[in-house]
Design a protein around this ligand. Structure first.
Ligand code: MN
Length: 568
C-alpha cells in the first residue's frame, strides 16, 4: 500500500490540506493510533475522528481545532500519551486534547465520575472555547451513530445530550446544532411522546409545508413590488423536540402552533429587515402582540431576527422571520461563527482564544461558578438546572447585570448578591415598585432588595425559588432553626431554687458553680431578708449536668436546700 493510499480516506481533507500541513500530520497519527479498531457499527474508528474534524472545519474553525478534533480520542482510547501529543503537536493542541480526555482511574465512581469529568470539561472550556466546539461535534456524531449501542447506553447518552450539551450549544448561540441535538435525543427520552407526534403531527406538517410553498412566490412578488430583493426566502419546519415542548403549553392543540412551518426571509441589511416587515404588514395584518423585535432586543444568547405572525394567504395564521445573512449565520453557528470571524481578523496576532465578547461573559463565569460545589451531585444538578437553562438578565441598583435562570425571583437575586442578603431578605422592589418575593423577574428589571437584620428565611420560599444557591442556603438556614428548636424541646430550660442563710459572697459562690460548668444563666432573682430564696434560670442542659450542679450547689456554705424544675 502506498503512503497516500493508506492515509487519504477523506476527500475534503485531501483537497484542503497538503502533505506538510499539521492537519495531515494529526490525521496520520490518529490513523495509526486507532488502526484496526472498529466502532460499534463496524466502521473503522478513524471515520469518527474524521467526521468530528469535518464538522468543526465546516464551522470555519482553524487548523489547530481540526487537528485536535482528529486527535480527540487518541489519549483516551489508545496507548499514546498526552506528552507524545505535546511533543509532536505543541502545547495548544495538547491542551485541547487533554480537555477532551476523560479522567481515568478509580478515584471516582458512578455519578461522581460523570460530575468530575464534566467539571474538567467546564474548566477547559472556560480557558479555550475550542474545546467545546470539538466536544459538541463529537457528541453530534455520537448521537447520529448511536443506533448499534445498547439500550441503556442510548438512554444515558440521550439524557446527557438533552440536559447538558443541547443547552450548552444554545447558550453559545448555536441554535441549529442545539435543536439537532435535542431532536436526536428526543426519541430515546420520550419514546411515547415521539410516537404520538409522528402519528398526529405529520399530516399537519405536510399540509403546512405545501401551504408555505404556495405562499413563497406570492411573498417574493410582494417584496419585489416594494423594491426589496431578498437574498433568500424559504420555509423552515419546527423541530419535533421544541414542538413537543410548545404543545405542552397549548393543551396539545396543534392548531394553536402558528410557527409549525415558518417562512424565513433573508435580506442584505438591517434597514431592509424593517422594510420587509412593513411590506408584509401592508397586505397581511399582523396578530396583536406577536411582533418580536429581536434585532432591537436580542435574546440573551445573542439571537437576532424579526418575527411576526400574520393573517396570511386565505387568512391562515403564519409566522414569518426576517433577518440578514450575518444574523442567519450567527443563529446557525453562534459562538463558532464569532470565533472563526475573530480569528480571521486577528490571524497574524497570537490571539488568546478565550471568549472576549460580551455575549460570552457567562463562559468566564463558568470557571468561578464551578468552584462553589463541593458535592459532585449538587454540581451536576446545578449544571443541568440553572446554568444552562434559559437565562434572564436583571440589573442591580448599582447597574451591575446579574444573570439568572428564567423564572427566578427576588429571593434568587438576593442570594446571588450575597447569602446574608438572601437570608435577611424582607421585601423587594422591581423598577421602583414593591413586589412580592415570589414575583417572576424579567430581563431588564431593576431589582432592589430590602433587608431586615436578624430575619431568617421562610420555608415557603422553597416553593418558588429557582436557583440551587438559594435552595441550599434556605435549606441550611432552616436546618439550623430546626436544630435550635429541637434542642429547646428536648432539653428544656431549668430553674434552680436555692434557700440559704445569707452571708457575704453567697451570690458569688453560686454564680461560680454555673460559670465553671459553662452554663448560661438567663436570669436570677433573690428575695430579701436573712434567709433569701434564690432562683436561677438557666439554658437547657441534660440530666447528668443538672445532677452535678445540684451536688456543687448543696456543697456551698450556708446553702440549706436546692430544688430544680423544668421550664418550657
Ligand atoms: Mn469521540
Amino acid at each position: 500500500m502506498t503512503k497516500d493510499n493508506k492515509k487519504v480516506k477523506s476527500e475534503w481533507l485531501k483537497e484542503k490540506y497538503n502533505e506538510d500541513s499539521i492537519v495531515k500530520e494529526a490525521y496520520d497519527l490518529a490513523f495509526k493510533a486507532h488502526e484496526g479498531v472498529k466502532r460499534e457499527s463496524g466502521q473503522p474508528y478513524i471515520n469518527h475522528c474524521l467526521a468530528v474534524a469535518k464538522t468543526v472545519s465546516d464551522w470555519g474553525l482553524d487548523e489547530i481545532t481540526i487537528s485536535a478534533a482528529l486527535l480527540h480520542d487518541v489519549v483516551e482510547d489508545t496507548d499514546y500519551s498526552l506528552n507524545q501529543i505535546e511533543d509532536q503537536f505543541g502545547e495548544k493542541i495538547s491542551f485541547l486534547v487533554n480537555g477532551l480526555t476523560k479522567l481515568r482511574g478509580l478515584k471516582y465512581t458512578g455519578n461522581e465520575k460523570q460530575a468530575e469529568n464534566m467539571r474538567k470539561l467546564v474548566l477547559a472550556i472556560s480557558k479555550d472555547l475550542r474545546v467545546v466546539f470539538i466536544k459538541l461535534a463529537d457528541r453530534l456524531h455520537n448521537m447520529q451513530t448511536i443506533g448499534p449501542m445498547p439500550e441503556e447506553t442510548k438512554k444515558i447518552k440521550a439524557e446527557e445530550t438533552y440536559d447538558i450539551y443541547a443547552p450548552l450549544a444554545y447558550r453559545l448561540g448555536m441554535q441549529d446544532l442545539s435543536g439537532t441535538l435535542r431532536d436526536l435525543a428526543f426519541p430515546f427520552l420520550y419514546p411515547d411522546e415521539y410516537k404520538w407526534l409522528i402519528k398526529n403531527v405529520d399530516e399537519e406538517y405536510k399540509e403546512r409545508k405545501e401551504y408555505a410553498q404556495k405562499v413563497k412566490p406570492i411573498l417574493e412578488e410582494k417584496l419585489k413590488k416594494n423594491g426589496i430583493d431578498p437574498l433568500q426566502v424559504d420555509a423552515r419546519a419546527k423541530r419535533y423536540s421544541s414542538l413537543y415542548k410548545k404543545l405542552l403549553r397549548y393543551d396539545m392543540d396543534i392548531g394553536k402552533i402558528y410557527d409549525l412551518v415558518a417562512l424565513r426571509v433573508i435580506v442584505k441589511d438591517i434597514e431592509e429587515c424593517y422594510s420587509v416587515l412593513g411590506a408584509i404588514h401592508k397586505d397581511w395584518p399582523p396578530m396583536p402582540n406577536r411582533i418580536k423585535d429581536y434585532i432591537a432586543m436580542p435574546k440573551p444568547n445573542g439571537y437576532r431576527s424579526l418575527h411576526t405572525t400574520v393573517f396570511c394567504l386565505d387568512d391562515k395564521i403564519t409566522e414569518i422571520q426576517i433577518r440578514t445573512q450575518k444574523m442567519h449565520e450567527e443563529a446557525e453557528l453562534g459562538a463558532a461563527a464569532h470565533w472563526a470571524y475573530q480569528q480571521s481578523k486577528h490571524k497574524k496576532e497570537n490571539r488568546s482564544p478565550v471568549a472576549d465578547n460580551q455575549e460570552l461573559t457567562w463562559v468566564r463565569q463558568l470557571r468561578n461558578w464551578q468552584k462553589n460545589f463541593k458535592d459532585p451531585n449538587e454540581f451536576m444538578q446545578s449544571l443541568k438546572g440553572d446554568f444552562f437553562k434559559d437565562r434572564i438578565f436583571v440589573i442591580t441598583p448599582e447597574n451591575d447585570v446579574i444573570d439568572l435562570p428564567s423564572g427566578a425571583t427576588p429571593v434568587d437575586f438576593a442570594y446571588r448578591i450575597h447569602s446574608e442578603i438572601g437570608d435577611q431578605c424582607a421585601g423587594a422592589k422591581v423598577n421602583s415598585k414593591i413586589v412580592s418575593l415570589d414575583y417572576e423577574l424579567k430581563s431588564g428589571d431593576v431589582v432592589e432588595i430590602m433587608t431586615q437584620k436578624g430575619k431568617k428565611p421562610s420555608d415557603s420560599w422553597l416553593d418558588f425559588v429557582k436557583t440551587s444557591t438559594a435552595i441550599s442556603h434556605i435549606k441550611s438556614s432552616l436546618k439550623e432553626k430546626r436544630d435550635a428548636l429541637k434542642r429547646r424541646i428536648t432539653e428544656p430550660a431549668v430553674v434552680f431554687t436555692i434557700t440559704a442563710k445569707d452571708r457575704k459572697g453567697l451570690m458569688e459562690d453560686i454564680g461560680k458553680v454555673f460559670s465553671k460548668s459553662n452554663i448560661n444563666i438567663s436570669s436570677h432573682n433573690a428575695t430579701s431578708g436573712p434567709f433569701p430564696t434564690i432562683t436561677v434560670n438557666c439554658s437547657s442542659m441534660d440530666e447528668d449536668k443538672i445532677e452535678k450542679i445540684m451536688v456543687k450547689l448543696k456543697a456551698i456554705d450556708e446553702v440549706q436546700e436546692v430544688e430544680y424544675n423544668f421550664k418550657r
